[in-house]
Design a protein around this ligand. Structure first.
Ligand code: HEM
Length: 360
């Protein structure tokens, strides 16, 4: 633990994963998330920014949709999305057998993805990928009214917002979703909508995926290792709102707690001398055995009651997408790629992730 001041805020950086878990597991309202500034609220005004009773209510409402069993039923919908993407890439590679892509292709706003994210009320994945250029400017001018000034970036953001809303309104599923949101009906309704999506047409591809025997466990391992080296959220901030005992020390109210996820994910003390290397095999026996002394030092989805509600969803979707894509294409970094991870709310490649895609 190291203690210092940021401006007028007494701040504690927590470097011990056990203490980090303690902070994130607080159920007594002693430790909370800091209030968000209005620009961040624009990006994400759903569950992740709620506190107290409102959070408890909404989390309870959404939780059933995030359980593994429920999500399994959504595989046809995931598959359809992947097939659409593969078809698009096949067209691009058709003439030369390869093409160069930049990041963001996967996050092009497919109706399915829109409905997923809206369902959980986390529009940030889409919005961050599209708005990333506007954020540094916004954070420079940390003024509540800045977002209303009709700058080029603000206009782009407003248009994107309109586009997303109108896409949702146009599609049948979208209409149902909006209805669902307005009336707060059961989450099962939403899953029903997603399940209907192309159930029959994608069954053949599901069978195909099974017979080609992709080493799905290895795909998992790869995803974990990527999330260890490049966790989308590099740190979490909390603050004590009451006197709080943490480990051996008692903190007064008003102490800012910084949880440096990225730093812990790269710490040799927990991951060994090869902490900087990309070595998916370290997860071959699961998360708890991946780090030294079986201490869990892996927090890409956070921990405790506010753990990412979309983690199963994200992992299933990513696993399936990767397994399917690798059956049709191989990847190679483009010579124009420059490795420069950068944080604009989430960790992302500053100059893009130019990749050469080869049709198999
Ligand atoms: C690799 C992908 C993802 C990662 C690494 C990730 C990570 C995280 C993290 C670290 C948090 C805690 C944020 C905080 O407390 O400030 C969080 C919260 C959340 N995530 Fe994710 N997430 C991912 C994908 C998703 C997806 C696909 C969804 C929805 C379908 C989702 C929905 C949410 C929600 C609703 C919360 C707020 C939970 C709460 O406050 O109770 N996430 N996520």
């Amino acid at each position: 633990m190291s203690f210092f001041w940021i401006g007028t805020k007494p701040t504690l950086i927590i470097l011990d994963p056990e203490l980090m878990k303690e902070v994130l597991s607080d159920k007594h309202g002693r430790i909370q998330k800091p209030p968000r500034n209005p620009h961040i609220k624009l990006l994400s005004n759903g569950l992740s920014s709620l506190q107290g009773e409102k959070w408890v209510k909404q989390r309870k409402l959404i939780s059933p949709a995030s359980h593994q069993e429920k999500l399994k039923g959504m595989t046809p919908a995931f598959l359809t999305s992947c097939i659409e993407l593969i078809e698009k890439w096949k067209k691009k590679t058709y003439s030369q057998g390869y093409c160069e892509l930049d990041r963001g292709m996967i996050f092009k706003t497919s109706p399915l993805m829109l409905s997923h994210l809206t369902a959980f009320e986390v529009p940030q994945t889409i919005k961050v990928s599209n708005w990333s250029n506007s954020i540094p400017t916004a954070s420079l001018f940390n003024l509540t009214s800045y977002r209303f000034i009709p700058t080029k970036e603000n206009k782009r953001r407003m248009n994107l917002d309109k586009e997303i809303s109108s896409k949702l309104k146009r599609s049948d599923r979208g209409e149902k979703l909006l209805h669902w949101k307005v009336e707060s009906r059961s989450v099962d309704d939403l899953l029903g909508i997603l399940l209907q999506y192309s159930r029959e047409s994608s069954q053949a591809d599901m069978n195909n995926l099974k017979t080609t025997g992709m080493p799905i466990d290895q795909v998992t391992m790869i995803l974990y290792e990527v999330l260890r080296l490049y966790p989308p959220l590099v740190q979490q901030i909390r603050y004590t709102c009451k006197t709080t005992k943490l480990g051996d020390i008692t903190l007064p109210a008003g102490v800012q707690l910084i949880l440096p996820i990225l730093l812990i994910h790269h710490d040799r003390e927990f991951w060994g001398d090869d902490a900087e290397d990309f070595r998916p095999e370290r997860f071959s026996e699961g998360i708890s055995k991946a780090s030294k002394d079986q201490k869990v030092a892996f927090f890409p989805f956070q921990w405790g009651p506010r753990i990412c509600i979309g983690q199963n969803f994200a992992m299933i979707e990513a696993k399936m997408a990767l397994a399917m894509i690798l059956q049709h294409f191989s990847f190679q970094l483009s010579p124009s790629y420059a490795h420069a991870p950068n944080t604009i709310i989430t960790l992302q490649p500053q100059h893009g992730a130019q990749t050469i895609l080869h049709a198999q």
